[in-house]
Design a protein around this ligand. Sequence first.
Ligand code: ZN
Length: 90
Amino acid sequence: MAKEIKCPYCDEWTTQSDVTCDVCGKSLKPDRTEEEARMRNFKPLDIPLIPINDDDHWFVKGVKIVLRTGQMIFIAIASAVVYIASGAAH
Ligand SMILES: [Zn+2]
């Protein structure tokens, strides 16, 4: 028993069992394409680096430099993982 839904593109009623509209042939799953677009736009590497201020104490600067180095190593590993993961997915 197929449930009828209204096509968001042509406002015609079509059966939900179809992935595409019977009338205009467009995809009836816009949520899924939005999700895919969001996944594509997802940037795990947009991690802001710890800012180092000129008026920081030398010790604070030293700690921040060490933390930043750790961050950059983490970002490098993360980008490698993302590259491998995206390569394996295709
Ligand atoms: Zn349609």
